[in-house]
Ligand binder design. Structure first.
Ligand code: HEM
Length: 519
């Protein structure tokens, strides 16, 4: 379709079109004819006929009330008829891959003029491509699926497979062998936890909370027990099809009756008479991706204690959507097992040794959550800095109020401290064996997760105060604030509740107290 020729106009010329039946306005050096649109304007007619708006430069008035993306929607974009001769537009929408220039909108390692000991040039190139990928491919699907609640599109999952994103999200390790990562930008041997941190943070930046979990969050927590404790037959069959986005898996531990106290779980598995199969009965609750999972990594009570078993979707397995405060795209399920069967070869780890299987993955899972928590808070800082600059109160930007600046100070400090602690822990992970990490980092990671999400909850509350009514409205200026404030409890609960984790950190420290320590 040919693009329409835009007229070169003077401000005087625009000023003549200031009446009900002939109405133009200027926004950022672009001229819009809103004569027909005015009757359909969601904000009403009268505001557009105001003498300070009709025929005038309405840039400040517009950005005080609308996100830029409004002007990019096709029906509104078409309203532009010209530009102001000799002037340039300066405001633009999201450019795929772009680094924000807003202070603190990026971690220091991505901010011009700052340095970091942790990231190499390779990490920087990798970040660039990963951001572009998420901006172009994942972000539009995240917005659409959050709206309609459907599961993430298979086309997005397939594109992620092409660059081996699903495999990279599992961290460094053998599962990356013989895979081409991000079109060859990094080799499986070079790939480290900082690469994974980059993926998780770009993911958090480009997606919405429910969609973020929907886009195979279940795999990140449900597949490691198969990779680390499954038989070779099971691994060879299940791991490739999950990492290639053809089949979906979830971790099914929590029940209505038991959560953190896994030893209190009531789902049972007993062996069939011929000893070849497990027969499973019970239910699981709040299982991310459960509604569309093909495989279920299930915690069961067995004769010898607690055992983890991989159950395939089959007769006797039913999943139902649970309505939570985030969108249905996460596929959060209530699952029932009624005489469901799984081969005994699907046992993950030792019979009765399930607690070890589950605990062994907690550190990585929590660290992933720390990565995304630090990044999502930062996006809220960016929203607040933009809003308080463009929103005018008493003729001045909102940030001219000291109380607003104090809130922003808290948000920035929290986002920076979470990121800096995270990078230190990530560096330790890069230099420790998995066993050393389990020994030395369980407490640190538990503290960081507890701290990050507490920071996130404070930031969510402050951001709502800064945005006022818009912070509790699902569309318009405050839509990301409303979303963050509504979904932050997921960060604070999943992978261990804040208080439980903080206590775990202290208990780990007390275990390491030297016997000869005295005041
Ligand atoms: C091309 C020009 C404009 C377009 C396409 C437009 C479009 C919209 C849209 C789609 C909304 C719904 C809220 C949203 O999605 O953000 C809205 C709300 C509103 N608009 Fe406009 N608008 C334009 C210009 C203006 C101007 C110049 C004013 C003058 C002050 C104005 C005042 C308002 C008000 C007061 C609301 C209600 C805001 C709220 O509920 O918070 N609009 N507009």
């Amino acid at each position: 379709m040919a693009t329409k020729e835009l007229k070169q106009l003077s401000r005087e010329e625009v000023g003549k079109h200031n009446k009900d039946d002939d109405l133009w306005i200027i926004i950022d050096a672009k001229v819009y004819d809103i004569t027909k649109f005015k009757a359909m304007h969601p904000g009403g007619l009268s505001v557009l006929l105001d003498p300070e708006v009709a025929g005038q430069d309405a840039t400040d008035a517009f950005y005080s009330l609308h996100r830029h993306e409004v002007l990019e929607r096709p029906p509104y974009k078409r309203l532009q008829i010209g530009v102001i001769a000799g002037e340039k537009s300066i405001i633009h929408g999201r450019i795929a891959g772009e680094i924000s220039k807003v202070p603190y909108a990026e971690p220091t390692w991505l901010t011009e003029g700052y340095h970091s000991p942790y990231y190499s040039d390779g990490h920087r190139k990798f970040q660039k491509e990963v951001r572009k990928f998420f901006d172009e491919i994942v972000y539009p699907d995240a917005l659409a699926r959050e709206q309609d609640g459907k599961r993430p599109s298979q086309s997005v999952i397939d594109k992620m497979t092409c660059v081996n994103m699903h495999a990279m999200r599992m961290g460094p390790g053998k599962h990356l062998q013989n895979r081409t990562l991000m079109n060859g930008l990094v080799t499986p041997e070079e790939y480290d936890y900082f690469h994974e941190l980059i993926i998780t943070q770009e993911f958090a930046r480009a997606s919405m909370r429910g969609y973020g979990d929907g886009l195979l969050g279940g795999k990140v927590i449900g597949l490691p027990p198969v990779i680390n404790f499954g038989s070779d037959e099971l691994k060879n069959r299940v791991v490739p099809e999950v990492l290639d986005g053809k089949k979906f898996i979830c971790l099914a531990i929590s029940e209505a009756q038991a959560g953190s106290d896994v030893m209190g779980l009531q789902t049972t598995a007993v062996k069939s008479e011929d000893g070849k199969e497990w027969i499973i009965n019970g239910s699981k609750k709040w299982i991310t991706n459960g509604t569309f999972a093909d495989y279920f990594t299930v915690g069961c009570k067995t004769e010898d204690g607690f055992t983890v078993i991989l159950v395939e979707r089959s007769e006797g397995v039913e999943t139902k959507q649970i309505k939570t405060s985030y969108s249905a795209t996460a596929g959060t399920a209530y699952i029932t097992f009624d005489n469901a069967r799984a081969p005994v070869g699907n046992t993950l780890g030792e019979e009765g040794g399930g607690i070890f299987v589950i605990l062994s993955n907690f550190n990585h899972e929590r660290w992933v959550m720390c990565c995304s928590s630090a990044r999502s808070q930062r996006s809220i800082v960016e929203e607040c800095l933009k809003w308080t600059t463009q929103r005018k109160v008493f003729g001045k930007p909102l940030h001219s109020q000291a109380v607003i600046r104090a809130k922003i100070a808290g948000m920035i400090s929290r986002a920076e401290s979470a990121q800096n602690w995270l990078e230190n822990i990530t560096y330790q992970m890069c230099n420790m064996s998995y066993r050393q990490q389990a020994n030395k980092l369980a407490g640190q990671i538990a503290f960081l997760k507890s701290y990050s999400t507490a920071c996130g909850q404070d930031t969510a509350r402050d951001a709502v105060q800064v945005f006022g009514g818009r912070g509790i409205t699902q569309s318009g200026m405050g839509k990301f604030i409303e979303h963050y404030h509504r979904t932050i409890p997921f960060d604070a609960l999943l992978g261990g509740a804040e208080d439980v984790l903080a206590d775990l950190g202290v208990r780990q420290a007390l275990r390491a107290m030297p016997k000869d320590a005295r005041l």
